[in-house]
Design a protein around this ligand. Structure first.
Ligand SMILES: *[C@@H]1O[C@H](CO)[C@@H](O)[C@H](O)[C@H]1NC(C)=O
Ligand SMILES: *[C@@H]1O[C@H](CO)[C@@H](O)[C@H](O)[C@H]1NC(C)=O
Ligand SMILES: *[C@@H]1O[C@H](CO)[C@@H](O)[C@H](O)[C@H]1NC(C)=O
Ligand SMILES: *[C@@H]1O[C@H](CO)[C@@H](O)[C@H](O)[C@H]1NC(C)=O
Ligand SMILES: *[C@@H]1O[C@H](CO)[C@@H](O)[C@H](O)[C@H]1NC(C)=O
Length: 357
């Protein structure tokens, strides 16, 4: 039986500020929002409410269950942690849910080799109605985050005007920089609606197995940040395998950092995505938007615009199967499940036409 809460990779559709060199590769980690939302009811739901306990338990799992060692190092809080501002105007967390404060949580994350991400909103309130960072609070809040030793800030844009955001986002970037602490900055300005990376499959709470595999493959080929938003205490072995696939992660973190794109959209509702990788390799994702039955897609590398100068080999990223002896003209068939993908890691074996020794 499929678990109700399956994997969710929240696509961070924000602009990732790259100037400070922190986010050259897509960041990886865990974030609270898609799974735990704004659940602040610790009396009735102590295990799942937005609290110190939740983040510490997730940190423990990131460290113990292999996640951190594969690169999932960010532990990202989201909205609903704020209690208010103190007499000096400094942000303070909710005292009941975060009794030891955010600096304690950051220390805890760091002690496990993790990084802590925090959330605020440029505007009068956060999206869920907690105190926001108004323009006059930008510098103070940046300093507070740096003193707490947080490592990433997501700055939302609710309850502000476009003009305020046009001032406030660069101001925050500068204020974070001025603290001297490297803090990765993610924000939604300028709005990249429909831009990069596309919001393909966002927001499905209960994804099927095929959908989860497709989402992971597409996020990876689009070089999108890999943030899982799922309960690491109860995640299934099947979903762990999807998220911990070493070849998938290697492709996501490819050193060239080139974003893949859709190269074909067939009338049969099959789409093909390609991402160029280091060492002349590429990732290919064959994605089916069909809902009927597994589809036999016939193609060749030549039809996918690969040139004829090489012999290729492909490794199926999910099954591990190796397909050898592919010439650009070789016809092959991939069988793609409805809403599913077949993903290949494709690499040249030898140049044709070069002398054999
Ligand atoms: C923010 O609050 C100020 C002061 O109450 C108000 O004048 C302004 O309209 C508010 N801005 C937004 C975008 O709600
Ligand atoms: C601040 O910005 C400069 C110039 O872009 C950069 O070299 C430096 O690493 C940044 N420092 C921090 C702490 O982000
Ligand atoms: C075609 O092959 C040449 C030589 O190996 C290579 O430099 C070039 O990038 C290839 N073009 C494409 C579109 O793959
Ligand atoms: C590759 O294609 C070009 C043009 O289609 C052709 O001239 C060339 O001989 C081909 N090379 C190989 C190794 O098949
Ligand atoms: C590949 O399939 C096409 C039809 O899709 C056919 O014309 C071509 O001869 C086939 N090539 C080989 C090498 O079998």
């Amino acid at each position: 039986m499929l678990q109700k809460t399956v994997v969710l990779l929240a696509l961070v559709a924000q602009v990732l500020m790259l100037e400070n060199g922190l986010l050259r590769k897509p960041p990886m980690g865990w974030l609270a929002w898609e799974r735990f939302r704004c659940n602040t009811n610790c009396d009735e739901d102590p295990k799942n409410c937005i609290s110190e306990r939740l983040f510490m338990e997730m940190a423990d799992h990131l460290a113990q269950d292999g996640w951190r060692d594969l690169g999932y190092t960010y532990l990202n809080m989201d909205d609903c942690w704020i209690g208010g501002r103190d007499a000096k105007g400094r942000l303070v967390p909710d005292p009941k849910r975060f009794p030891n404060g955010i600096a304690f949580l950051a220390d805890y994350a760091h002690s496990l080799g993790l990084k802590l991400g925090i959330y605020e909103d440029l505007g009068n309130f956060t999206c869920m109605g907690y105190p926001g960072t108004t323009l006059d609070k930008v510098i103070q809040d940046a300093q507070t985050f740096a003193e707490w030793k947080v490592d990433m800030l997501k700055l939302d844009g609710c309850f502000s005007t476009p003009e305020e955001r046009a001032k406030g986002y660069p101001k925050m970037a500068a204020a974070l920089n001025a603290t001297g602490r490297p803090i990765a900055f993610s924000c939604s300005w300028p709005a990249y609606e429909g831009g990069l990376p596309p919001k393909l499959l966002i927001g499905n709470f209960g994804l099927s197995f095929e959908q989860a595999r497709a989402q992971m493959a597409l996020w990876t080929v689009l070089a999108a940040p890999l943030f899982m938003s799922t309960d690491l205490r109860t995640i299934s072995a099947q979903n762990t395998d999807i998220l911990q696939n070493p070849l998938m992660i290697k492709i996501n973190q490819d050193p060239l950092g080139i974003q893949g794109r859709r190269i074909l959209k067939e009338k049969s509702h099959i789409e093909v995505y390609m991402r160029p990788l280091a060492n002349e390799a590429s990732a290919l994702v064959f994605f089916s938007r069909r809902t009927d039955m597994p589809y036999r897609y016939h193609t060749s590398l030549a039809q996918l615009n690969f040139n004829n100068s090489s012999m290729y080999e492909a490794q199926n990223v999910y099954t591990g199967d190796v397909i050898s002896g592919l010439h650009s003209k070789t016809n092959f068939t991939v069988i793609i499940n409805p809403s599913g993908v077949v993903m290949w890691y494709l690499y040249p074996i030898r140049k044709l036409g070069t002398p054999q020794h």
